[in-house]
Ligand binder design. Structure first.
Ligand code: TRP
Ligand code: SF4
Length: 491
């Protein structure tokens, strides 16, 4: 988890479908709020490209370009990649993994009852939306959100039902799965972003598919032309109008200052100004607001490195955060960790106790016993790290390390290993216990440097205290348990 002292800002996450270049509706309905949030929240903003596939699965020709355009608009609008993670959903596979796990516990009814499910199907009668992915899209959104465990989800009112579903999914997940008895997916809050009304140039809702949009990246002359060509609320000069029902009036409400808004509102409702004048003022207000955005967009277009860095860095930052959650999720669900499988073999090595061959009992000299114990151990080590033995009974590793091997059997108070004063890089103690098992302790060079002083003999014992092997080195007592069966120094 992020250290709260390091990062006191609450986390917020939101996403947007890559519908292509963003229009002013997207801007005032979402992006503008995001820009304001980035200073006070730890923000994650992403391009929901998988979501685009839930409805546009049959036409993906522009999907990649659209994703780039949207990131470009994010940056142009003022999102700062230093302050927030900006990324593309499909670059963070963990979203898909969590979605799959959620799909196991989410009742179909919950999804069928999401109002946007039926609504969108009705809105797009020409599109076959009887698709598994389309039904599951709010669940994918739940995964998008919960994978970052944010406190807040800044969205417009239309998305509130999805955040509500997200909370229900979190609750259900937490009921089924816990980590150390604790729930792991906090329920996020909707941070309602204001969505001022903004009609398209034809007086219908501003929408990409209607072709009635002013784009965030439109040149000043294009903005002018679109506004001047807009359908207004006053068909005749003598008609009184209502700025709230006029695309041009809407623009004033969003982009003009109080004074200008008061002026055109009065003039419109009293029919005392012309729409031509009103439009000219709107062009001025909108272009004044868009100028710095346009300028940033131009700079970015000339410097694709910044776009590249933003997307790569964003993917990395998001992946780290998502993987943190997924590690906890996988464990809570009870899946077999790949790491645990790797540890399986490490553990085998690390508890590499060996049965001592029966032949030890028949051996008559200490030297014979040594030979038998060491041979059994040698066979095991060779499977991991081949060792050869020199004439003087010292083993040599592949990297040329000298290994002194010592064997002893358990007496009343432990093992008494005898050492000769020979320089070695690694010491192996083969401690045979009373049950006939051999415990190999491999004391690496580091250990020798820190604890071992060659020369003295007779004060080096391994004692067992509460089952833990303690090595007495001179006056220091050192637990050597962690060196049991660690064969890596034998490389
Ligand atoms: N469904 C949202 C929309 O259509 C986009 C979205 C996808 C989203 N995942 C999200 C929004 C997660 C907020 C959080 O606008
Ligand atoms: Fe629209 Fe302005 Fe004309 Fe009123 S005066 S109808 S707000 S353009």
């Amino acid at each position: 988890m992020t250290n709260p002292q390091e990062n006191p800002r609450p986390r917020a996450l939101s996403g947007m479908r890559p519908t292509g270049k963003l229009h002013l509706g997207n801007y005032v309905g979402a992006l503008q709020s995001w820009v304001r949030l980035q200073d006070s929240y730890d923000c994650f903003f992403f391009v929901a490209d998988w979501h685009a596939l839930t409805t546009d699965y049959d036409n993906t020709a522009r999907l990649a370009d659209n994703s780039l355009e949207v990131v470009l608009d994010f940056l142009a609008a003022g999102l700062d990649p230093e302050k927030c993670a900006i990324f593309v959903q499909s670059h963070v596979k963990q979203h898909a993994e969590l979605h799959l796990l959620f799909s196991m516990i989410t009742p179909l009814g919950w999804l069928e009852r999401v109002p946007t499910y039926k609504e969108q199907q009705q809105e797009m009668p020409n599109k076959d939306l009887h698709m598994y992915g389309f039904l599951g899209y709010p669940l994918l959104q739940a995964a998008d959100i919960l994978i970052y465990r944010p406190g807040f989800v800044p969205v417009g009112a239309d998305q509130d039902v999805h955040v509500e579903l997200t909370r229900e999914v979190a609750r259900r997940f937490n009921q089924f799965y816990k980590l150390e008895g604790k729930p792991i997916l906090p329920e996020p809050q909707t941070l309602l972003t204001p969505t001022p009304k903004l009609l398209g140039t034809d007086k219908r809702k501003m929408s990409k598919s209607y072709g009635n949009s002013i784009l965030l990246g439109d040149e000043a002359a294009v903005v002018e032309q679109k506004i001047k060509g807009s359908v207004t609320d006053r068909p005749k000069l003598t008609d009184r109008g209502n700025p709230s029902q006029c695309p041009v009036g809407n623009l004033h409400q969003i982009f003009s200052d109080h004074e200008r808004l008061a002026y055109i509102t009065q003039g419109c409702t009293q029919a005392s100004i012309t729409c031509v004048e009103c439009k000219a003022l709107a062009v001025e207000s909108v272009n004044a607001h868009l100028a710095p955005i346009r300028e940033r967009r131009r700079e970015l277009a000339q410097n694709p490195a910044r776009l590249r860095e933003t997307i790569l860095h964003g993917a990395q930052k998001a992946t780290v955060a998502a993987e943190e959650t997924m590690a906890a999720v996988r464990e809570a669900v009870g899946l077999l960790r790949l790491g645990a499988v790797e540890e399986l073999t490490e553990k085998e090595e690390s508890t590499a106790t060996l049965r001592v061959p029966e032949a030890v009992k028949a051996a008559r000299t200490e030297e014979e016993k040594w030979d038998i114990r060491v041979a059994a151990w040698w066979e095991q080590v060779n499977k991991v790290h081949p060792l050869r033995k020199d004439r003087r009974g010292i083993f040599i590793t592949r990297k040329g390390r000298k290994v002194g091997v010592h064997a002893a059997e358990e007496k009343r108070d432990g093992w008494n290993f005898e050492f000769e004063n020979r320089p070695v890089n690694v010491i192996v103690l083969l401690a045979e216990d009373k049950d006939g098992y051999l415990h190999p302790y491999v004391l690496p060079p580091k250990f020798l440097q820190e604890h071992w002083k060659f020369g003295g003999v007779g004060d080096r014992w391994v004692r067992k205290i509460n089952g833990v092997a303690i090595l007495a080195v001179g006056t220091e007592n050192v637990s050597i348990q962690e060196y049991e069966g660690n064969y890596s120094p034998l490389q």
